[in-house]
Design a protein. Structure first.
Length: 288
């Protein structure tokens, strides 16, 4: 499924009825994926602006369609939403410059890793009583093909602001909300870093196949297609992962022999808990 398919599955109304300008700050892989989803959802390009110094032929084409490319932020008014998708290390320079665009009804959505709600509100000058709605969100890599999962946490956001933020983020896949920002460290460890764990599993499975005597190209293809197919089955099925595992495991069979090792006291579950704990700690350190 591509971003256009995902964007067309239930959040069109929130975007096509957008009143005001939508500003995207940063059009790298994740920002571009969101941008593509918004356009395919039916959002008028003339209601969009993109701030991206490293322009590309794709952005130039969008500018011809009406998207405002790199306008002076101080000249923008009537901004309904700002989506910040720059690298976190440039945030101290980039984010304060966005403050002039913010009005009373503006919703700010950040997908920068490690940049807290407190950082965002301070950098945007939103520290008084009448502050704008700010949403910090953590997407993951499959968002680049519209199959990601994003977890969002709000500050000063009511139902309408959350609905708009959900519609914006849904261009990259599913969206979940939490109220406790501290949970984003564990979210980062599970879904943010999770794709790397799956890719490592594909590597390890292919290497095990080679060790068992398979030619390397065949082992790699078997591992890739098996994990991709199993992931799609998990996506489509209403059954829990445990139930799907049990369905493919015959008592005394080959799968059971392998799972006896993988599910042992020092097996995959225990190792994954340690891995997620390590990633959570690192996320907490980076956010300080």
């Amino acid at each position: 499924m591509n971003p256009s398919d995902m964007a067309a599955t239930g959040h069109e109304t929130g975007l096509t009825s957008l009143s005001g300008l939508l500003v995207l700050v940063g059009a790298g892989k994740m920002g571009s994926a969101l941008l593509e989803g918004w356009l395919h959802s039916g959002l008028d390009p003339r209601h969009m602006a993109v701030l991206e110094p490293a322009s590309s032929p794709e952005l130039t084409t969008l500018a011809r369609r009406g998207v405002a490319l790199n306008p002076d932020p101080a000249t923008l008014s009537g901004v309904a939403a700002i989506v910040i998708a720059v690298k976190p290390q440039v945030a101290p320079d980039v984010v304060p410059a966005l403050a002039p665009m913010i009005g009373a009804g503006t919703v700010v959505v950040s997908i920068m890793a490690g940049r807290t709600l407190h950082f965002l509100s301070d950098s945007l000058g939103q520290t008084g009583a009448n502050t704008c709605a700010i949403v910090r969100a953590m997407p993951n890599l499959p968002a680049s093909i519209g199959r990601g999962i994003t977890v969002a946490v709000p500050r000063n956001a009511g139902a309408a602001q959350r609905e708009l933020a959900t519609a914006l983020l849904a261009a990259a896949g599913a969206v979940e909300w939490v109220e406790d920002e501290a949970l984003l460290d564990a979210v980062t460890a599970v879904s943010g870093s999770g794709p790397a764990y799956v890719f490592l599993l594909a590597e390890a499975l292919a290497q095990a196949g080679v060790a068992a005597g398979l030619p390397a190209p065949l082992a790699e293809k078997l591992a890739r297609e098996t994990i991709a197919g199993a992931g799609e089955l998990l996506h489509r099925s209403d059954l829990a992962a445990a139930a799907l595992r049990e369905n493919v495991t015959s008592p005394g069979g080959t799968t059971a022999a392998a799972l006896a090792l993988l599910m042992g006291p020092d097996g995959l579950s225990a190792l994954m808990q340690k891995a997620v704990a390590a990633a959570t700690r690192r996320s907490q350190e980076l956010a300080r």
